[in-house]
Write a protein of this length. Structure first.
Ligand code: KG4
Ligand code: ZN
Length: 355
């Protein structure tokens, strides 16, 4: 079955053609990062306007690249939530319109459930049962996945998502948006043990996460350095930065150590909790997806920890980690083939959860 998938939940306009939930014939992603960069984050109005401007072209490109015509498509899927309401509406409406005009089966897809199956697209096989870590800018969730549509949420962040923590700390440092890749870039040359930062909830018995304490610790640490400098005292490596202003002047010599220490604090918690979840559920496989799963330190440390515990690890390929329509079409196949359909009055659901 050839499925056309559409994804516009946040700041990526994407369309993909996937055969039988496995074979990605095309996965076109138009990123809006440059559009939002000057604002340090996604501006919803700009995002939806841009989705509207490019959606037809992106869909046409995905068909072209796949070497198929609309006549060949046998099912249509679009993200219906969670995400930005005005962004979701663009892709969802485009998908419904195509399905209606072509009399094709249509299904609305939960973006988080699509992240969950994205590692399977890389491996071209299922890894069930497994424990899956979804770690992105909006979510940090641990899931026990038994089969498509059969999963239990084991834990999630109580405050900031891991990607959000990367983005916020990068903003404090005056680095670019999105913050994850920026911090990773500097962290490569740094000492991860240079600065002691908290590992929120790492040793708690539950499987929830909390990153707001880490963010606050970073803020206080930077401020302390700044005030030390304002008194022209000890550190001497930071410029004076009043509370609330951007701590953009971290000395370039300290930036790598700082970024490496911050990254390590996040990675250690993600790895520790994921392995704890796998052991608690007695599964032999772990899968990982979402934008933060692009992070090499996370990938490497998860691989080492899983090896130690004899757990098979499957991390989605980098292109499938960040938002893309391939994962939407991939999941849609599994739903459509069991006869599941969404009604044409399906609305965008900005707060949709992973049930
Ligand atoms: O999955 P995604 O594209 O969008 C959401 O659904 O949120 O994830 C984007 C998030 C951003 O917070 C970004 O900073 C983070 O993923 N990210 C990274 C890296 N690449 C992207 N975080 C850490 N290291 C990276 N290399
Ligand atoms: Zn996402």
């Amino acid at each position: 079955m050839l499925v056309l998938g559409i994804e516009t939940s946040c700041d990526e306009t994407s369309a993909a053609v996937v055969r039988d939930g496995r074979e990605i014939l095309s996965n076109v992603v138009a990123s809006q990062i440059a559009l939002h960069r000057p604002y340090g984050g996604v501006v919803p109005e700009l995002a939806s306007r841009h989705h509207l401007e490019v959606i037809d072209t992106i869909i046409a490109e995905s068909l072209n690249e796949a070497g198929v015509r609309l006549d060949d498509i046998e099912g249509v899927a679009a993200t219906c939530g969670p995400g930005l309401a005005s962004s979701l509406l663009i892709g969802l409406t485009a998908g419904k319109a195509i399905a209606l005009a072509r009399n094709l089966p249509f299904i609305g897809i939960n973006h988080l459930e699509a992240h969950l199956v994205s590692p399977w697209l890389s491996a071209r096989r299922n890894f069930e049962p497994n424990v899956s870590l979804i770690v992105s800018g909006g979510h940090t969730i641990l899931v026990h996945a038994r089969a498509v549509g059969d999963h239990t949420v084991l834990g999630q962040t109580l405050d900031d998502a891991a990607g959000e923590a990367f983005d916020k700390v990068a903003k404090l440092l005056g680095l670019g948006y999105p913050g994850g890749p920026e911090i990773e870039k500097y962290a490569r040359d740094g000492n991860a043990n240079a600065i002691s930062l908290p590992r929120g909830k790492l040793h708690d018995p539950d499987l929830d996460f909390s990153f707001s304490g880490l963010k606050t610790a970073v803020l206080y640490w930077l401020r302390k350095q700044s005030s030390a400098e304002s008194g022209e005292s000890s550190a001497g490596n930071f410029r004076v930065l009043p509370a609330g202003s951007r701590l953009s002047a971290l000395d370039s010599r300290l930036l790598p150590d700082f970024c490496a220490s911050f990254q390590q604090a996040v990675v250690e918690v993600l790895v520790g909790k994921t392995v704890a979840a796998a052991r608690a559920c007695r599964v032999r496989a772990v899968t990982v997806s979402g934008g933060v799963a692009c992070n090499t330190a996370l990938r490497d440390q998860l691989a080492a920890a899983c090896q130690r515990h004899h757990i098979e690890l499957l991390v989605a390929g980098r292109k499938l980690c960040t938002d893309n329509a391939g994962m939407i079409a991939g999941l849609a196949f599994h739903k459509l083939r069991t006869g599941l359909r969404s009604p044409m009055d399906l609305d965008a659901q900005p707060n949709l959860r992973l049930a």
